[in-house]
Design a protein around this ligand. Structure first.
Ligand SMILES: *[C@@H]1O[C@H](CO)[C@@H](O)[C@H](O)[C@H]1NC(C)=O
Ligand SMILES: *[C@@H]1O[C@H](CO)[C@@H](O)[C@H](O)[C@H]1NC(C)=O
Length: 320
């Protein structure tokens, strides 16, 4: 009768014995000490900043570009460590994978935060259109994925819908990264930049909360507002005037460069960089709808306080 107990005890001792060397290599700290050691680690300062443009409900291309940028692993979990990922809006419309991509970003925001990194989401005109009920570019597959038109409408409600709330809580119309780079979906023009990033974010949040999508100046349809303007991307007043305008924005916001999406560079599939790197367009037509071109922007913080900016392509990395 004693035998089985003895054998079990022997097995337990053996297990303990063989596990010993592994635990020996690391000091075993009590839980409280462990968490305070974790908190004492210096905050990350020199993570990369990577940015991707318009995704237009194309999950496969979204995953491909985030892998290219090295911020997710093969399981689509955050692998960017202390990096910051900025997405410049237009996740929705023209494709079927709206829900999957917003939920991917929701997951990555949490995973990045836990890892000491960050995911930043910026409003595109298509987010604002969908929140405001302008559904011109919604595909049939997209409606189906929400369970029909009514369900989709409910989901996008800013105050009560799961997606509307998710977006309202996590998106802003502009973001300034580390004081040197301003991101917006459309082009940031001097008149808006002079208000400052914080005011722009507050103005847009207020308009969205009030449901004022059509008349709030900050969302004016074809106007010069930060979600719609293409004035820099198209150099509509010529290169010289464009760069003057870019310089005025840089000065107003105290930054080194402006990064936009919105104007797809599908003819080249390459990041557009003009005005000595003062203005770049990262919407290269990532979704299949726009040609399926992969590119991400990468900003490296140099020790001397300057930044090196690269374009990441499937074929390699290029200084821009
Ligand atoms: C990816 O994240 C999910 C939870 O979001 C987790 O269950 C899974 O184990 C993760 N995969 C890896 C390889 O970390
Ligand atoms: C949006 O911008 C406001 C004002 O700049 C800021 O307080 C807030 O934290 C931002 N929200 C997010 C989710 O980044």
């Amino acid at each position: 009768m004693l035998r089985p107990i003895l054998i079990l005890a022997l097995l337990a001792l053996l297990t303990l014995y063989f596990r010993q060397p592994r635990t020996n290599s690391l000091p075993v700290l009590p839980k409280a000490v462990k968490s305070s050691v974790k908190q004492q680690q210096p905050p990350p300062r020199n993570g990369r900043t990577v940015a991707v443009g318009d995704l237009h409900s194309d999950l496969a291309q979204t995953l491909a570009v985030l892998r290219l940028a090295n911020v997710i692993d093969t399981d689509s979990n955050w692998s960017g460590g202390h990096d910051t990922l900025v997405q410049t809006g237009d996740i929705v419309d023209r494709g079927p994978d709206t829900i999957a991509i917003y939920n991917l970003f929701d997951k990555l925001r949490k995973q990045a935060k836990d890892a000491g990194g960050k995911v930043v989401n910026v409003y595109g005109n298509h987010e604002v259109m969908n929140l405001g009920g302008d559904l011109r570019y919604v595909t049939e597959e997209d409606y189906v994925s929400f369970g029909g038109r009514m369900k989709r409408k409910e989901a996008w409600d800013v105050k009560t819908g799961w997606l509307g709330k998710q977006i309202y809580d996590n998106f802003n119309i502009t973001h300034i990264q580390n004081g040197h780079t301003v991101f917006s979906h459309g082009d940031m023009e001097p008149e808006w930049a002079r208000l400052g990033a914080e005011t722009l974010n507050l103005l847009s949040r207020e308009a969205i909360w009030k449901g004022d999508f059509r008349h709030a100046p900050i969302f004016q349809g074809t106007g010069k507002c930060p979600i719609w303007s293409r004035s820099h991307a198209t150099q509509e007043d010529g290169m010289e005037e464009t760069c003057k305008s870019v310089d005025a924005v840089k000065k107003a916001l105290g930054v080194n460069r402006l990064i936009s999406g919105h104007t797809p560079q599908y003819r080249t599939g390459k990041i557009l960089s003009i005005c000595n790197g003062g203005y770049m367009v990262i919407d290269v037509g990532i979704s299949k709808y726009y040609g399926g071109h992969l590119a991400a922007l990468e900003i490296i913080e140099n020790d001397d306080g300057t930044q090196s900016v690269y374009a990441l392509y499937p074929g390699g990395k290029r200084l821009v």
